[in-house]
Write a protein that binds this ligand. Structure first.
Ligand SMILES: [Zn+2]
Length: 40
């Protein structure tokens, strides 16, 4: 599972693949950046 952070609103989305857009503000996927997350 990867964590993606929206650069527009700061919303964090957990998804296996990069989301098409931010669920919170609707920003396009190029605004979503992968966040480092320790392995579980
Ligand atoms: Zn957003």
């Amino acid at each position: 599972m990867a964590v993606w952070k929206c650069q527009e609103c700061g919303n964090v989305v957990e998804a296996r693949c990069k989301p098409g857009k931010c669920k919170s503000c609707g920003a396009p996927k190029d605004k979503l950046v992968k966040e480092a997350q320790p392995k579980k």
